[in-house]
Design a protein around this ligand. Structure first.
Ligand SMILES: Nc1ncnc2c1ncn2[C@@H]1O[C@H](COP(=O)(O)OP(=O)(O)OP(=O)(O)O)[C@@H](O)[C@H]1O
Length: 253
């Protein structure tokens, strides 16, 4: 069998009396898209924070390739090849689209983010390489002609694609997307779905939290349904849609 790519094992997080994540277990296979759905307040953001080191579990653990990673600092977990986007887009609005992606590239380059501010001559070659790589990811996001545009002036749909391009520039093994279609119109959501499918085709594993059911059912290999922090269903999109507990708790009236 071997170790699963990513595994949540009896993961629990309580804030005082509120159990945001309750004994949650599931595994994510390499190269797949796994989506987590559930009503508002179901504990999805807390789960992301537990996986990425922004929160420490009350009990249980997260394993990556068999190694327990929960409780480690966010930068240590990021260094394992985890990249994430946020519910509220976090880009640098004054910087151009290309520069935003270059930041993601710098995060895993030799020069590093701090040294990128000084840029001595011997780093300039690397700088050119970083710019070329960033342009490639911008192109992947379908934004090749928007490189010089200040990121803050782009429509929300493009800002979200840009944030994903920046995450991809760090060449992650696991990409965590927190509600990437939130606030997008139907056309932008379609573009987002295609982008996620192409990321999967590249072999990058995706963990997606998303409310847009159509998008989830289209792009996911597996769907985990949570309610009040607990897993109530797990399976293929078709299996989950037919699950009576899911219909009652989430999809029903
Ligand atoms: N830092 C915190 N302190 C206290 N309670 C918290 C904290 N973070 C989350 N909670 C509570 O934990 C529960 C789960 O919250 P969480 O944000 O993880 O849910 P969610 O599924 O991401 O919801 P949404 O889709 O609305 O973002 C909620 O009841 C929330 O109020």
């Amino acid at each position: 069998m071997g170790n699963p790519f990513l595994a949540l094992e009896n993961l629990t997080k309580a804030f005082g009396g509120v159990v945001a994540v309750n004994d949650l277990s599931f595994a994510v296979d390499r190269g797949t898209v796994t989506s987590v759905i559930g009503p508002n307040g179901a504990g999805k953001t807390t789960m992301f924070n537990l996986i990425t080191g922004f929160a420490v579990p009350t009990s249980g653990q997260v394993r990556f390739g068999g190694m327990v990673i929960s409780g480690q600092r966010p930068h240590r977990i990021a260094a394992l090849g985890f990249a994430r986007t946020f519910q509220n887009v976090q880009i640098f609005p004054e910087m151009t689209a290309l520069e935003n992606v270059m930041v993601g590239r710098h995060l895993q380059s030799e020069a590093g983010l701090f040294r990128s501010f000084i840029v001595p001559p011997f780093f300039r070659r690397e700088e050119r390489q970083i710019r070329a790589d960033a342009a490639k990811w911008l192109d992947f996001a379908g934004m090749a002609d928007l490189g010089d545009v200040p990121a803050g002036s782009l429509p929300l749909g493009s800002q979200r694609l840009l944030e994903i391009a920046r995450a991809l520039a760090a060449e992650p093994k696991l990409l965590l997307l927190d509600e990437p279609a939130s606030g997008l119109n139907a056309r932008e959501t379609l573009v987002m779905g295609r982008m996620i499918a192409r990321i999967r085709e590249m072999g990058i594993t995706v963990l997606l939290v998303e409310h847009d059911m159509e998008l989830v059912m289209e792009v996911s290999d597996k769907v985990v349904v949570v309610n009040f922090g607990s897993r109530i269903a797990y399976g293929t999109p078709a299996e989950v849609q037919l699950n009576p507990d899911v219909i009652a708790a989430y999809l029903g009236e």
